[in-house]
Structure formats: C-alpha cells, structure tokens
Design a protein around this ligand. Structure first.
Ligand SMILES: Nc1ncnc2c1ncn2[C@@H]1O[C@H](COP(=O)(O)OP(=O)(O)OP(=O)(O)O)[C@@H](O)[C@H]1O
Length: 363
C-alpha cells in the first residue's frame, strides 16, 4: 500500500502568507508522481506537508485511508531524500545506511540484510566500507537513497535529489532512480524537480503547480500534447511552445487564424461559427516549425541567432517582434540559416489554439 489522498489541502505560512489552496490529488500506490512548476509555486511546501515536516493549515492528507495531518513524520511510513545528501562524514557507507535501523534497535542480522539489499539495488556493494568523502556526488546521493530504502517505507519523497550533480552524473543517477522504481513497483514515489527531462522520463503522472493550485495533472505525453492552458503549454517542453496572437477567420474541422503579424495559421482544432472572430493565441512547439519556400506562412522572420546543439539547431527569430523570441528546433543541417529571412510554417495538427489562456482542444 501507499495511497496518498489530498483533499482541499491548503497552506498559509505564519497565518499570513498563503501559498497553496484547494489541492485535490489522488496518488495511487506504486505511482511515481512528479511536481513541477515555476519557482516559488509551492512544490517543496507540498512535499514537506506530505512528509510531516510542515504543518497542513487546511484540508486533509490521508495515507491508505488514515488521516495523517497530525501524525509525526516518523510514523507516516515515509522516507525523504533531499537535494543535499547530508551523510555522516565520519561513518562508512555501511554505517550511514545502517544508522536509522540501529536507532530503531533492529537485530544485527536484520540490519545487515537490509543494508546488503539496498546496496545491491543501488550498486553500492563495492563501496560499503568507504567514507563519504571518497565517493562521487552521484554515489553519495545513492547512499542517501539507500539510507531511505533500508527503512522500507511505503512512500519515498524526493526533493530535487539530482540538482547538486553535474550533467553526466545527473543522467546516470536519474537512470538509477528509474531502475529502482522498476525494482520496487509497489512503492509510491513523489518527486520534485526543475528538470524537464527528469519530469518527462521518470513520471507516471506530472502535477503542474501554479498560482497556488494545480494547473494540470496527467501523463507526461498527455500534458505535452494536450496542455489545458497556456501556462502548462509553455512550462512543459524545452524550449517553450511559441505563442502568436491572432483572430479566428474561418471555423469548422480546420480552423483558420489570421495572425496579428500578418501570417495565416491552420489548425485541426475544431471550432464552430460561434468562435468566429475570437481573439486567440496559436501555440506551436519549436520542433513543429518548419521552413517553407512556397505557400502560406505563419510568419516570415530573420534568423538572428542559431545554436547548434549537435543533433538539432535552435533558430531564434528576434526580429518578428514577439517577446520571448520565436524559436524553431530543426535538424542540424539548418545552421546556415543564420542571418537569412525565412518563411516558417507548421502542420495543422501541430497548431494549438488558446482562447483567453485556455486551450481549445484537438478533438
Ligand atoms: N517558512 C516559510 N515562511 C514563509 N513563507 C515561506 C516559508 N517557506 C516557503 N515560503 C514561501 O512559500 C512559497 C513556496 O515555497 P516553496 O519552497 O514550496 O516553493 P517551490 O515551488 O519549491 O520553489 P523552488 O522551485 O524555488 O524551490 C514561496 O513563496 C516561499 O517564499
């Protein structure tokens, strides 16, 4: 087990600073849920309330149907892994991992078995007698995770566990976490991150937090393909989805939008006559913008900057006058377009429509 139910959960710090309201969320045992959202939106606060490190000021938190609001952290069946791994420097890896079990007065056999099992899961068997200072950052974070595994919690909470690691270690440790999840399929994991790739690759479902509440919950690709509003559309995906203002000038199975900058967009989002003339933003992901020589264009712009990333090149169209600049992500052969004026288009199935911030969905 390890079901988490949040009902109308809210948080106000010091009776004055309201940071979260009406959080309703059902997390099933065995799910890996990732919280994302702009800085300061309350991701850590929500995680810390689940852990019991922060008081819940409104609503209820249940674990497996039991109200947890006033249950101390140690009795919630939860383990938390932090960004700073905080290992005991004078203890070996084995001692660090065994510490909580020793405090709990478990038998030596039980402790040894739990430590060996965690070390195997995290590929730390060869490092058990080393001190933390003789480990890489990634290995230290694995020891910190190991320390939580030995306690056999129902629920793991991760607060940006990889953010102190360099790029290569981040990838390696992310893959470790994905593997760990496979090995412990019945354990619930709740994970806070700023990293798009971590969110997209690890999550069963992503929870996007914004404006003190939940902006959208869904499987990573569901959020990517059908964002409910402009906030989610521009938050999920990197670089962010491009937005261009315009007005609906033809409705039906294919909607036509005449853009303020003069271009024409066609979208397979279906509209009705009642939508005629509505002010909308069209949204197109950078990877769906394509250069074209003939036909209608969404916009024509000069490529101010190109960033060649190896497999792809990013083109920045700063002269189109939008803020932020429009960005296209094209295969690498397009780096020669720097300084050129290019007509850009997108297939209708990749053109999203947002009316007053909310998405008009592909049907
Ligand atoms: N102890 C506190 N007292 C008052 N306000 C607080 C306290 N802790 C956090 N806050 C405020 O609550 C809001 C949410 O903070 P929180 O750390 O949960 O956000 P976050 O989404 O995790 O941010 P980040 O992505 O930057 O880590 C912020 O505006 C923060 O300033």
């Amino acid at each position: 087990m390890g079901n988490l139910t949040l009902t109308d959960v809210s948080k106000t710090y010091g009776g004055a600073v309201n940071v979260l309201n009406d959080i309703n969320l059902e997390i099933e045992a065995g799910e890996l849920i990732v919280f994302v959202g702009p800085s300061g939106c309350g991701k850590s606060t929500l995680l810390r309330m689940i852990a019991g490190l922060e008081k819940i000021t409104g609503g209820t938190l249940e674990i497996d149907g039991q109200r947890m609001n006033d249950v101390p952290p140690a009795q919630r069946g939860i383990a938390m892994v932090f960004q700073s791994y905080a290992l005991y420097p004078h203890m070996t890896v084995r001692e660090n991992m065994a510490f909580a079990l020793k405090l709990a007065k478990k038998s030596k056999e039980e402790i040894d078995a739990a430590v060996m099992d965690a070390a195997k899961k995290l590929q730390l068997e060869d490092y058990l007698d080393r001190l933390p200072k003789a480990l890489s950052g990634g290995q230290r974070q694995r020891v910190a995770i190991g320390r939580s595994i030995v306690r056999d919690p129902k629920i793991f909470l991760f607060d940006e566990p990889l953010s102190n690691l360099d790029a290569a270690l981040r990838v390696a440790t992310r893959i470790e976490i994905a593997r760990l999840k496979e090995e412990m399929p019945d354990r619930t994991m709740v994970y806070v991150t700023h990293d798009q790739v971590e969110a997209m690759t690890l999550a069963d479902r992503i929870v996007v937090l914004a404006n003190k509440g939940i902006a959208q919950v869904g499987a990573p690709l569901e959020l990517y393909e059908n964002p409910r509003n402009e906030m989610v559309a521009t938050f999920i995906g990197s670089p962010a989805m491009n937005l261009l203002p315009g007005k609906i000038t033809a409705t039906g199975a294919e909607t036509e939008v005449t853009l303020d900058a003069g271009g024409i967009a066609r979208s397979t989002v279906e509209t009705t006559e009642a939508d005629m003339g509505k002010t909308v933003n069209i949204g197109v992901r950078p990877e769906h913008l394509l250069p074209t020589e003939v036909g209608e264009a969404l916009f024509t712009g000069q490529v101010d900057i190109t960033e060649a990333l190896g497999e792809v090149t990013l083109l920045y169209f700063e002269t189109v006058g939008t803020d932020p600049a429009l960005i296209a992500k094209l295969p690498d052969m397009h780096k020669h377009l720097r300084g050129k004026t290019v007509k850009m288009t997108a297939a209708p199935e990749h053109v999203h429509l947002f009316h007053e911030g909310l998405s008009m969905r592909h049907r």
